[in-house]
Design a protein around this ligand. Structure first.
Ligand code: AMP
Length: 348
């Protein structure tokens, strides 16, 4: 695999908080950064040597990014995977456009998981014809593309509620949810962290490391994640989300990139997911990663004053993304040593 060294340029498609933290990590190592984003206010821009203001499907903009970069990565999934596949032929892009295409489509993603012997929830795909669809219980109806943080999802219990081009997933009882943040570098596959995640209104709220899952459940989730990384021509960090339902480990979805739950590794681990990703895509060896007990809380716009007060009262690791604090918008996260639970509600 090609080795990209500090001094050379890493191109990032997407200038949100993931791009920002990737860029910060790469800058620490001495890399140059080029970022493409459709927003002039992209919060990663402060860490870019070159900023390309263009839409994610703008071929000219993407070609320019690829041209000036020694390796190109993405932090954002809703990009044109066919266009990326074309660019992959001419430029150094190592995160597999084909795996991205699978991850972008809930049906393809579930079929892919099943083809690797990975357990998923029961599902049925609904095409344009909704007649004859059986709804025997409670299902989550999800748009097959462009869903995140629970967007494009609704609970249904009757056939009359079924919409075309959706995936109906049986609602399973959740014991807990975990994610495996893993990487593949030129030497093989490794684990950055296994994280337990709590959601509120479908938005990640709190994460902890280590999880309260059993060692067998963690081993199963890690084995499933390895199968995905082994099957894909992929380098970098990849995250897989799992449900633990009535003791069973069930695949939910994968993200071929760094992930919100992995932000905990900025403090829990000897090497963060961002550093691991940069090293893996640059052809370097990531090496073993160890974690210590840590708790992450995401900071939403409405909670900013609470957390600004908190950092004056106790030692913590606050990370703000310099984003406009709007209701329910993720604008930062905070990591605490050990397992803690904050008192609610967060009123500053
Ligand atoms: P998703 O965007 O598909 O990851 O869903 C967001 C959240 O909704 C998940 O993290 C779960 O908390 C919940 N959820 C999604 N699908 C299911 C399901 N089939 N059964 C139970 N809970 C689910």
């Amino acid at each position: 695999m090609k080795i990209i060294l500090p001094g050379q340029t890493i191109g990032i498609i997407g200038g949100g908080q993931l791009g920002r933290m990737l860029a910060m990590s790469a800058k620490e190592m001495g890399y140059k950064i080029a970022i493409l984003d459709p927003s002039k206010d992209a919060c990663a821009r402060h860490f870019a040597d070159t900023f390309i203001h263009a839409d994610f499907d703008n071929r000219n903009g993407l070609e320019r990014l690829c041209h000036i970069s020694d390796v190109v990565t993405f932090e954002f999934e809703n990009i044109d995977s066919d266009l990326l596949a074309e660019l992959e032929k001419d430029y150094h892009i190592v995160q597999s456009a084909s795996l991205l295409k699978t991850a972008q489509h809930r049906l393809l993603e579930k079929e892919f998981a099943r083809s690797l012997g990975i357990e998923t929830v029961d599902y049925q795909y609904v095409d344009e014809d909704t007649t004859g669809v059986q709804v025997d219980g409670t299902y989550l109806m999800k748009t097959v593309r462009f869903g995140y943080d629970g967007k494009g999802q609704s609970r249904i219990t009757e056939a009359s509620q079924v919409q075309p081009y959706t995936l109906l997933e049986r609602l399973v009882p959740l014991d807990k949810e975990i994610s495996v943040v893993a990487y593949k570098d030129r030497t093989g596959i490794g684990i950055v962290a296994v994280v337990e995640n709590e959601h509120r209104n479908n938005i990640l709220y709190r994460s902890i490391v280590p999880t309260t899952a059993s060692p067998e459940q963690e081993a199963q989730a890690i084995d499933y994640t390895r199968r995905i990384l082994e099957a894909a021509d992929y380098y970098g960090v990849l995250t897989v989300e799992f449900f633990i339902s009535q003791g069973r480990v069930i695949f939910n979805e994968m993200a071929p990139r760094v992930h919100n739950s992995g932000h905990i590794t900025m403090q829990s681990a000897n090497k963060s997911q961002f550093r691991a990703h940069i090293e893996a895509i640059c052809g370097l060896e990531v090496g073993p990663i160890h974690n210590q007990a840590t708790t992450l809380y995401n900071i939403l716009g409405q909670d900013l004053s609470y957390f600004l007060k908190l950092i004056q009262e106790r030692p913590v690791h606050l990370h703000l993304y310099e984003k406009e604090p709007r209701q329910d918008r993720k604008i930062g996260h905070i990591n605490f040593p050990g397992h803690i639970r904050l008192e609610e509600p967060f009123i500053g």
